[in-house]
Design a protein around this ligand. Structure first.
Ligand SMILES: C[S@@+](CC[C@H](N)C(=O)[O-])C[C@H]1O[C@@H](n2cnc3c(N)ncnc32)[C@H](O)[C@@H]1O
Length: 299
């Protein structure tokens, strides 16, 4: 067995021995140069493989089946070519697929969309929210399936306001909140963030704003054009002393992009922390992955 396959065996066995959802191998991070075309995740009971290049990956599948004995669902998502293709091997997925992270439950779907419903690179941010949200009023912009809000609510947040233009994502978000018995004091609005700034402000003032937009999604959002406006306008809905967590996930920019935007507002902001993808996302250059910059409003 090659050194890589031995390492993979160790990682998968470790993941399977636990009960929680987990990134098993972050090939895209470049630390395994020959495997930069794939990521492997464990969404109990399923193994989820994302393949980004049209190469022969059958040896990986054979190895994974050998390790886990073929007695669980194995889903391959091919993300090359014109369309995303999903291939099911092994057992059927559970009809309602729920996974756990930090003891909280989330709905996921490994076959319907490109994204599964839970971004695993945000794991550490969810953990932080579980420990520092007590009594807070939190705005979750671009909330998707509300996983960050679930974590904040579990951490004692008084109110969380979820804004996403897609009602279907917010419906899953509502289910996620219900699943964890933390649905009171939660607002769901299927609004376009850029077109609803004044309405959003009515739920403030906020103790924390989390902003995790797509980097470039057609007409909906483009970070180069739209981020500055979000920080300037939404920032005014924060209490003095409140925190703005600005996220950016594009390999084309570093944290300096966000730093420059906050700096351009004069002395209004003070940097609290720059952080990156969860530790399982081993990146050769962490600036290539998810970046999260927390700024405190000081005036
Ligand atoms: C990267 S995902 C957010 C992930 C989320 N923060 C999490 O950790 O699960 C981006 C989300 O932004 C939403 N979106 C894109 N453009 C939007 C806009 N202009 N207004 C509101 N939502 C938007 C998409 O529907 C998608 O759910």
């Amino acid at each position: 067995m090659t050194e890589f396959l031995e390492n993979l065996k160790y990682r998968l066995e470790l993941a399977i021995s636990g009960a929680e959802v987990k990134r098993v191998l972050h090939g895209r991070g470049g630390t395994f140069p020959d495997q930069d075309y794939l990521n492997i995740d464990y969404y109990p009971p399923a193994i989820f493989i994302t393949v980004f290049k049209d190469v022969d990956y059958s040896h990986i599948i054979n190895e994974l089946i050998k390790i886990h004995g073929g007695d669980r669902p194995l889903i391959v998502q091919e993300r090359f070519g014109r369309d995303i293709k999903s291939i099911s091997l092994g057992l059927e997925l559970p009809e309602v697929h729920i996974v756990e992270e930090h003891g909280l439950k989330y709905h996921v779907s490994l076959k319907q969309n490109q994204n599964t419903g839970l971004f695993l690179d945000m794991k550490d941010e969810r953990s932080k929210l579980m420990s520092n949200s007590e009594g807070k009023n939190i705005l979750n912009l671009f909330s998707y399936t509300c996983s960050l809000s679930v974590a904040a609510k579990a951490g004692g947040a008084k109110q969380v306001v979820n804004i996403d233009q897609k009602k279907t994502f917010l419906n899953i978000g509502r289910e996620n909140h219900r699943l964890n018995n933390c649905d009171d004091g939660v607002v769901y609005k299927s609004w376009d963030v850029l077109k609803s700034i004044n309405q959003i402000g009515k739920f403030g003032p906020f103790d924390k704003i989390i902003c995790d937009p797509p980097s470039n999604q057609g007409k909906s959002f483009f970070y180069k054009k739209d981020y500055e406006k979000i920080i300037r306008r939404m920032g005014s809905f924060l209490k003095v002393g409140g925190e703005f967590v600005a996220c950016l996930n594009t390999p084309f920019e570093e944290t300096s992009f966000l730093r420059d935007l906050f700096k351009s507002e004069g002395g209004k902001w003070e940097l609290v922390q720059e952080s990156f993808s969860a530790s399982e996302y081993e990146e050769l250059n962490k600036q290539n992955g998810l970046k999260m910059c927390t700024y405190r409003r000081c005036e």
